[in-house]
Design a protein around this ligand. Structure first.
Ligand SMILES: *Cc1c(COP(=O)(O)O)cnc(C)c1O
Length: 406
């Protein structure tokens, strides 16, 4: 399929290019030592991902440990409740072992670490979801695991800190500055630049320097490949539209990659939080501008000094002041439409899916559900497939405390 001059039949051969660019976005903007480490990872990945042993091992892990394929569920009661004749479906990434899609790339990254002979995986975490998924993978493979986390987040995310410790990870407290995600990223990169011979940095989304946006997309593409096959098997046709939430953009990119070459409308949903003022949302593709942060060029939200701006939404997993470079590329191209959902709409969708379908979604995923409901209200007929990136157990206490039962 040709779209605005891009041939999507051969898209994955050309994007990213050899230097990690999707058009002008992407690349590898880091110190020379770390650049060397990234080149080692890129070369190993290109060799290993073609090896039949690696592929067979990843397949086995997905089936026997993660519980893949995850099903697609038809949302009969919610569709009837909306009543326009539009049929809603969800791809159930919430049913992955450990409760979300992040395990898809963490198992891939840790398996790569093992094949590269590394002893340790290193990462930062904000809300703790990436830390838990990586700690799970490290335990599975018998790798050491250092997770850098700001002391403010350690206090806020006590259950996830406990999960990481139980899984055997070393949670490294970062106390300087605001002691949140940004400082944790810096501390983790610092540690990595001293340990890169024996350790590998595992990025938690389709962000960071090349090869991570490509590698994480490839590991997550299992969502899109499965979903396309399952949906056409269930209904005999393609969905009219697909929807996913976008933080860094990994669940969305994996899901979308299965449908880019199809006549399907694709929607990426960012959090609009409390409103349009800088600091009240994390809608980087809607309000941001081109810039470099965390080792890559993309569209980002900047403060008055050109630094990454503070962000907010009800879903801490979506609070990132940029999005992966491939999203910036697909945004400019117009192949994917990016739109927003605010906190209130998200909470309504959280309760709607819980009450009408018996599925408690992650608050991140509830952004995509809310947009799917909006689409169903306006479309009149057809089908919408939503990626349900994770389950909502982690969010229940917070929602009841802040919003009560609706
Ligand atoms: C982390 C997380 C996200 C956001 O990350 P992406 O890289 O944008 O997918 C979305 N949903 C859940 C459940 C998460 O844990």
């Amino acid at each position: 399929m040709n779209f605005n001059g891009i041939d999507f039949d051969t898209y994955f051969k050309h994007y990213p290019d050899a230097n990690g660019y999707f058009g002008k976005y992407g690349g590898c903007y880091i110190s020379p030592e770390l650049k060397e480490a990234m080149e080692e990872i890129t070369a190993s990945y290109f060799t290993i991902c073609k090896s039949s042993k690696f592929i067979a091992e990843l397949r086995k892990i997905r089936k026997e440990f993660q519980g893949r394929p995850t099903p697609i569920s038809y949302l009969e009661r919610l569709s009837n409740h909306i009543g326009t004749g539009v049929q809603l479906y969800v791809k159930r990434e919430d049913l992955n072992h450990s409760g979300a899609h992040k395990i898809n790339h963490c198992m891939g990254e840790a398996l790569l670490a093992k094949y590269m002979g590394k002893k340790k995986v290193i990462a930062e975490t904000g809300a703790g979801q990436h830390g838990v998924a990586l700690a799970t993978a490290a335990a599975y493979f018998g790798l050491e695991c250092d997770i850098y986390m700001g002391s403010v987040d350690i206090k806020k995310q006590a259950p996830n800190v406990a999960r990481m410790k139980i899984l055997g990870a070393n949670v490294v407290e970062v106390t300087h500055g605001l002691a949140t995600l940004k400082e944790a990223v810096d501390a983790a990169f610092d540690a990595y630049s001293k340990e890169y011979k024996t350790a590998i940095y595992c990025i938690g989304s389709v962000v960071g320097p090349h090869p991570f946006p490509m590698m994480v997309r490839d590991f997550q593409s299992v969502i899109g490949v499965e979903a396309r096959e399952q949906f056409t098997g269930m209904t005999g046709e393609l969905p009219d539209a697909i929807v996913a939430c976008v933080g860094g953009g990994s669940n969305a990119m994996g899901f979308f990659s299965g449908f880019l070459n199809d006549p399907v409308e694709i929607y990426g949903i960012e959090p609009h939080g409390r409103g349009a003022a800088l600091g009240d949302h994390a809608a980087s593709l809607k309000y941001g501008e081109e810039g470099i942060m965390h080792g890559f060029n993309s569209i980002m939200l900047k403060d008055e000094n050109g630094e990454p701006a503070p962000v907010y939404s009800v879903a801490s997993g979506l609070d990132y002041p940029s999005s992966g470079p491939e999203h910036a590329f697909l945004h400019d191209l117009g192949r994917v439409k990016y739109d927003v959902i605010n906190d209130e709409e998200t909470i309504d969708a959280f309760f709607a899916l819980s009450r009408l379908e018996g599925i408690i979604p992650a608050i991140e995923s509830a952004h995509a559900v809310a947009y799917g409901i909006k689409l169903a209200q306006t479309m009149g007929k057809g089908s919408v497939l939503i990626n349900l990136s994770g389950r909502g157990d982690k969010d229940m206490d917070y929602i009841i405390e802040k919003y009560g039962i609706r």
